[in-house]
Write a protein that binds this ligand. Structure first.
Ligand code: ATP
Ligand code: MG
Length: 463
């Protein structure tokens, strides 16, 4: 770091020069001024970190500088010649960081300067995190600078250092998992593990042993002892994603784990203490999930100590473009390419509704970047965003005359891919109701779970 800049303002030449020398020895870059007018002139030229100013100057009172809003960026240390505590106190009241009395005591000077330096360093660090990075649209791994995302950043910054359990809600693909990771990364547990479990992708019969572990021989197929996710996340953070998909009987057991801070493996009677911070996530409104009978009220209150709601992408304004540029930059880095957006394509992106939120945008960018040569044009975009500017096109893409949802399958599209899209679209249409989705699709619930597990595994295998 560059040396902090100090300005010594005093009309007594000998005193000023010896002060300047002492301050310099403490590691500051020092300049001098012999009057208020000179000090003002210097302060107008550029920022100064600390001003040591005598209260009695020939052309006025040093307090005038302290009071001046224009110089609020500097820390002021006032120097009083007459050991008058009154004037020192009023200077502090006006906003001075500290005061010194003449003759200046070396030890006192050193401690005042150290205090000011520490404060400046802290100030710089905090404003870096809060201001500059955020102005650039970054918060940990999260990208975006829209007002609703700034609010999310505030919430994360507030809750991360605490032990409170967090409930993250938001539509599919809005970044719930990324928020959970950011809470973990900004907490004291950051050196511990972060484990994410998708409760909707584990079959209901296995979920208890997956979460809490099992002893060897506790059920058919349990040929060895297994540590559950709670144990694996010890000392760290456990994300319970799609918490409303957890069978209601198991929610009782989960609540007990959270309340006692210990787990019992399936097939065992011993309890093991676990030190885990739990973050829950869901794309449903948890308050509505309670009357629907898919989330226990007592569990909700235990988990929802600190709720964080992620806004859908369509409510984040310019973030769509910021994210599109970000994802393209990632592709460019990976492929060692230099592709860029055409203005019309960016306009299409802004127009589109993004029902699949950031995940859909990311996929659209990656796909378009593969199709485009050096400039990504509107026609390189996937059908959804590509159609977004044509009047009524989006509506048509989504529903037929009867109002039922329609999925477009391209000729030659691999069957497995068409099946995947059909399953996911059906689930989305039914708000994640797997039982009903399986009925409509004409497959067993077990098959549905198996498919979802495969999709989840394929997705988490991606970089
Ligand atoms: N603000 C963001 N900045 C950068 N990348 C983001 C942001 N939000 C989401 N992403 C990316 O979008 C994708 C989806 O995010 P994530 O998995 O966290 O969403 P989700 O809300 O958990 O989705 P689901 O409800 O489907 O589980 C990921 O690739 C993630 O890295
Ligand atoms: Mg998720």
């Amino acid at each position: 770091m560059d040396a902090l800049k100090a300005l010594v303002v005093d009309d007594e030449k000998d005193f000023r020069e010896s002060m300047a020398m002492l301050v310099k020895r403490e590691g500051f870059a020092v300049e001098e001024a012999d009057s208020l007018a000179h000090a003002r002139a210097r302060l107008k030229e550029g920022p100064v970190d600390m001003v040591l100013v005598d209260l009695g100057l020939p052309d006025g009172d040093g307090l005038e500088l302290v009071r001046d809003e224009e110089y609020a960026g500097a820390a002021f240390v006032v120097i009083t010649g007459n050991a008058s505590v009154d004037s020192a106190v009023s200077a502090l009241r006006e906003g001075a960081a500290d005061y010194l009395t003449k003759p200046v005591d070396r030890t006192r000077l050193t401690s005042v300067l150290a205090h000011v330096s520490r404060q400046r360093a802290l100030h710089a660090e905090v404003s870096n995190l809060r201001g500059e990075l955020r102005a650039l649209g970054r918060f940990g791994a999260l990208i975006g600078r829209s007002a609703p995302m700034q609010h999310v950043y505030d919430l994360i910054a507030r809750v991360a250092p605490t032990q409170a359990s967090v409930f993250v809600t938001g539509e599919s693909g809005t970044g719930k998992e990324l928020v959970a990771e950011t809470v973990h990364a900004m907490s004291k547990r950051r050196d511990g593990p972060f484990v994410a479990v998708n409760c909707g992708a584990i079959s209901p019969t296995l979920i208890e042993s997956e979460l809490f572990g099992h002893e060897r021989g506790s059920f058919t197929g349990a040929d060895r002892r297994r540590r559950g996710y709670f144990e694996q996340a010890g000392g760290g953070t456990l994300l319970l994603d799609e918490i409303t998909e957890m069978p209601i009987e198991l929610q009782v057991k989960l609540l007990r784990v959270l309340e006692t801070g210990s787990v019992t493996r399936v097939g065992s009677t011993d309890t093991l203490p676990v030190d885990v911070r739990v973050i829950a996530a869901s794309n449903r409104d948890p308050q509505k999930a309670v009357p629907e009978g898919i989330l226990r009220e007592d569990l909700l209150y235990r988990l929802c100590v600190f709720p964080i709601h992620l806004p859908p992408l369509r409510e984040r304004g310019d973030d769509i473009e910021v994210l599109a540029q970000h994802f393209l930059a990632l592709v460019n880095r990976k492929e060692n390419s230099a592709k860029r957006w055409d203005a019309a394509a960016l306009a299409q992106l802004r127009e589109y509704e993004w029902p699949g939120n950031v995940r859909e945008l990311r996929n659209a960018v990656e796909r378009a970047a593969i199709l485009a040569d050096s400039v990504i044009r509107a026609e390189d975009l996937p059908p959804g965003p590509r159609a977004s500017c044509a009047p009524g096109a989006a509506a048509q893409a989504r529903s037929d005359e009867e109002g039922g949802a329609v999925l477009r399958v391209e000729v030659g599209e691999p069957i497995a891919e068409a099946e995947r899209r059909l399953i996911l679209a059906t689930l989305e249409q039914l708000d994640g109701d797997k039982k009903r989705a399986a009925e409509l699709l004409g497959i067993s619930l077990k098959t549905l779970y198996n498919r979802l597990a495969v999709y989840a595994a394929a997705q988490s295998g991606k970089p």
